[in-house]
Write a protein that binds this ligand. Structure first.
Ligand SMILES: Nc1nc2c(ncn2[C@@H]2O[C@H](COP(=O)(O)OP(=O)(O)OP(=O)(O)O)[C@@H](O)[C@H]2O)c(=O)[nH]1
Length: 519
């Protein structure tokens, strides 16, 4: 017998199906959320980089305007040291835009500087930025360079003119990339806690980075830097110099050719999602268990009728099995069909058993009951203490019928006698061929007198009716009664037999009634 029953099978199937669907659902929603989150973060970083590029652009414009204003205040009065120092001090102190402000004449000589330092006035400003500013005589931005004191500097200049427009030199403002200033504050406001950071590059050189030691570093092989250096904005998933996957957004500062890159580690982005998925799983587990419980319960309801059908069919008695099957209430189609099929099978079986039973109790020649059939009736009456009369009868000299007319005529004669017995007998009587040419009539609720009259009538009828043998047959009959003849049934039958024997001895064609038992 296989160990797996329908209930377990349903549960197993449902569990596997539900688990698969759940796993797929979690996997698919994780993948979708992951993609969405990556896309959103990339886009957010791009927008952030664009915004920051705009703000930087504005900052640089404002710085230029400040220099332009100072240039207009200074005017042609380059010889007045007090005036020059006053203005460079004001510009340095009033805003936090520059780390140093200085005025340089056309010979690249320093005329004033704030803050003051060892650099003597009239010293030569000997760097390519200064020369190019003097050469262009235009507002300019001097890209990052290392100053003699070791600092990395971005400088801005604005030309100084006389009222007539003669060029006198420039006023310059230096932004130290590794030190505090408005630009540093502006870029430093970025949220750095979850590993996110931003940096600014110019010509692949880091001119701003939250790790100050990295400022000045030249970066190779970074696709975001490559793109932004080409003046393009966008976003990209990339691996940074430390091998960490980053979601980077980048945008150029058009006026300076700088590139701003804002990035967030992929892992930090997905950590929240992982937590979310775990919470989802934890929330789903009780629901999953509840569903399994419901399926367990439902599987019981589904398997119960089948189980009952199987149990009912296993009963020893086909009649009891049939009744048990009838009691089962099928609530779904297949069980109803199965019940119907089983019932048809059992009905057929019971019918066959009934027919076999009947055959085993019937005499095939006369279709009266045989000895076993009569015995069954006697047993039944015995149990219910039913009084009855019994008549044993035997054809006289039947051997002669066979001998004279043949066995077939003998058979027809036996059938003829059976017909006569049926014709004369009431329905309630049990008629039986107890063997050979011997017959028996069992008459419930009939006394000896009535039974004797019936026996006499039968004898007289046969004696006066032509049989298949061509002439009437005569009968000898013995009559007894239960319990009048004897309180024990087998003794009653013996009494009837003795009465029959007596009838034979007294010359045949005769009825003898057994004497009542003496009490
Ligand atoms: N045709 C036919 N004959 C049967 C059947 N059963 C028994 N017999 C015959 O019945 C006869 C009974 O003969 P006996 O026992 O000598 O009795 P009887 O000739 O009737 O004589 P008594 O009973 O003494 O009057 C036998 O010849 C059996 O062959 C049967 O089914 N068909």
């Amino acid at each position: 017998m296989p160990k797996l029953d329908l209930r377990r099978l349903i549960l197993l199937l449902s569990m596997s199906a539900t688990s698969l669907v759940l796993a797929y659902f979690l996997y698919a929603s994780y993948q979708m959320q992951r993609e969405l989150l990556i896309k959103q973060t990339l886009e957010a970083n791009r927008i952030y980089a664009v915004k920051l590029a705009e703000v930087t652009e504005n900052f640089l414009n404002t710085a230029h305007k400040q220099l332009a204003y100072s240039a207009s205040v200074i005017g042609p009065r380059l010889n007045t040291a007090e005036h020059l120092n006053g203005e460079v001090d004001r510009l340095l102190l009033q805003t936090n835009t520059f780390n140093s402000v200085y005025v340089v004449n056309t010979e690249s000589k320093l005329l004033a500087r704030a803050p003051r330092n060892h650099q003597a006035e009239d010293s030569l400003i000997d760097n390519p930025g200064s020369y190019s500013a003097l050469a262009s005589q235009q507002p300019s931005i001097v890209q990052a360079y290392s100053a003699p004191h070791g600092r990395l500097i971005v400088a801005m200049t604005h030309p100084l003119h006389t009222a007539q427009g003669d060029y006198l030199g420039y006023i310059g403002g230096a932004i130290y990339l590794q030190e505090n200033n408005s630009l540093h504050d502006l870029l430093g406001e970025h949220y750095y806690r979850d590993g996110s950071y931003l940096y600014v590059v110019h010509d692949r050189q880091l001119i701003y980075h939250n790790k100050q030691e990295r400022v000045g570093e030249i970066i190779h092989g970074n696709p975001a830097i490559h793109e932004v250096s080409q003046g393009r904005e966008g976003n990209q998933l990339l691996t940074n110099s430390e091998g960490i996957e980053m979601l980077a957004g980048f945008a150029p500062v058009q006026s300076t050719g700088w590139g701003i890159v804002a990035q967030r580690p992929l892992q930090a982005t997905l950590t929240e999602l992982n937590k979310l998925m775990l919470n989802m799983l934890i929330t789903l587990v009780p629901f999953f268990l509840a569903v399994m419980l419901a399926i367990w319960w439902l599987s019981r309801i589904i398997s119960q009728p089948l189980w009952s059908l199987a149990k009912s069919v296993q009963k020893d008695d086909a009649r009891i099995a049939e009744n048990a099957v009838r009691q089962i209430k099928p609530w779904y189609f297949e069980v109803a069909q199965l019940k119907q099929s089983i019932l048809s099978g059992l009905e057929m079986l019971n019918h066959r058993i009934g027919k076999l039973n009947l055959d085993s109790m019937t005499d095939p020649l006369t279709e009266l009951l045989n000895r076993r059939g009569a015995q069954a009736a006697i047993d039944k009456w015995h149990v219910s203490a039913q009084p009855f009369a019994v008549i044993l009868l035997d054809i006289d000299h039947f051997k002669q019928v066979n001998d004279a007319h043949g066995h077939d005529i003998g058979d027809l004669t036996l059938q003829f006698l059976a017909r006569q017995m049926r014709r004369l007998s009431g329905n309630e009587n049990v008629l039986c061929r107890s063997g050979g040419e011997e017959f028996m009539v069992l008459m419930p609720d009939t006394d000896l007198k009535e039974a004797g009259e019936f026996a006499e009538n039968l004898r007289a009828t046969l004696a006066s009716t032509r049989s298949p043998a061509g002439e009437p047959i005569t009968l000898s009959l013995g009559v007894a009664h239960y319990p009048i003849s004897n309180a024990r049934i087998e003794m009653v039958l013996r009494s009837a037999d003795q009465a029959l024997y007596q009838a034979k001895r007294q010359g045949r064609n005769k009825v003898v009634i057994a004497a009542a038992q003496r009490s």
